[in-house]
Design a protein around this ligand. Structure first.
Ligand code: GDP
Ligand code: MG
Length: 321
């Protein structure tokens, strides 16, 4: 199973290649898959990172940041939860949007529990009604999570909860703050109770089963979004060209694909300053994932309309259907 090497301070050292882990689980142990479903920006990636305790999903104030299904693995004394972070469900705008919605919909059919995450700091809106409608066809037990409770003044909490309960009916409810962690353990407990009995699905110290390359690419894309904000919106993709272990560092070459040459200019910046800032920030994050020094070579390439070419989407890992 490909998974990133854990940072050196976390978990037991990696086993030599080919060696098997045999883990025994106590009677009554539970394990299974949990889909995180919710509108863009409700905090799915933040929750995944909070629960897993590692940075496995990228977060951003820009909607629709998450393009790939990302698994976080959460191993507790009584249960192992495999979390799937899905792109926010929304009405499709163009081909990329349709793909994202397809991935999110197919995730719902394959899991043991669906966690419907909502922004509990504002009243439910049309988007929440749309998702609830979609989940009526879902066989897996539904748990509702009201996130961002840290933003809710106590006098409004009960009223907000009532309006959400009215929307989703009679299913378990948890309020928490994915950002600060308050209430998250109760949520994990609630989800665990609804998983079937079973052994570990992944080694207990694993945090993610995403190929390392994809995580590296996501770390660069996160920095592009953070540092350029609205100037270079969603028309950016990152392709890792080469990862090479050298004596003193890991050498990584990556290409940032944009749709227009004006965007290339913004990404490179005056005298290369923007690209340098993106590269430095991404490299620092990569060093945590890789647990060692990284040398990053970053290039920018114009690839007009990459979002509308099915072949190019598949090549970048956004599905092939
Ligand atoms: P996703 O699109 O559902 O994956 O949402 P993200 O996890 O990327 O979060 C979107 C934005 O909401 C980010 O700016 C987060 O920092 C913020 N956010 C997420 N959870 C919380 C929370 O519990 N409290 C507050 N105040 N902000 C949050
Ligand atoms: Mg996300």
């Amino acid at each position: 199973m490909p998974h990133p090497r854990s940072p050196s301070q976390a978990g037991p050292p990696a086993l030599p290649e080919g060696e098997q882990t045999v883990t025994s689980t106590p009677p009554g142990y539970r394990s299974g898959f949990v889909a995180l479903i919710g509108r863009p920006n409700v905090g799915k990636s933040t929750l995944l990172n909070q629960l897993v305790g590692h940075k496995v999903a990228i977060t951003s104030p820009v909607a629709q940041t998450t393009r790939n299904r990302l698994r976080g693995i959460l191993t507790r004394p009584t249960a192992q939860l495999v979390l799937l972070d899905t792109p926010g469900i929304h009405k499709p705008h163009h081909l990329l949007g349709e793909r994202l919605v397809k991935v999110a919909r197919s995730t719902i059919g394959e899991v043991d529990v669906v966690l419907l995450l909502m922004d509990g700091s504002t009243p439910p809106g049309q988007g929440d009604a749309y998702i609830t409608q979609l989940l009526r066809h879902c066989a897996a037990p539904l748990v509702v999570g009201l996130n961002k409770q840290d933003l809710v003044p106590p006098r409004r909490a009960a009223q907000l909860q009532r309006s959400y309960r009215g929307l989703v009916g009679d299913c378990p409810f948890f309020g928490f703050s994915a950002l600060h962690g308050d209430g998250c353990e109760q949520l994990v407990e609630g989800l665990s109770q609804r998983l079937p009995e079973g052994p570990h699905l992944y080694p207990p110290h694993a945090v993610s089963d995403q190929p390392e390359r994809l995580l590296l690419a996501e770390q660069i894309r996160e920095q592009v979004l953070h540092l350029t904000r609205e100037e270079v919106p969603h028309s950016v993709a990152v392709r890792i060209e080469d990862v090479r272990e050298e004596r003193h560092c890991t050498r990584i070459a990556a290409v940032v694909l944009v749709e227009r040459s004006s965007q290339k200019g913004i990404l490179i910046g005056k005298g290369g300053a923007m690209l340098k800032a993106i590269g430095t920030a991404a490299r620092l994050q990569m060093q945590t994932l890789i647990a060692g020094p990284v040398h990053l070579e970053l290039f920018v390439k114009v690839s007009p309309h990459w979002r509308r070419h099915p072949g190019r989407l598949a090549e970048l890992g956004y599905g092939n259907g």
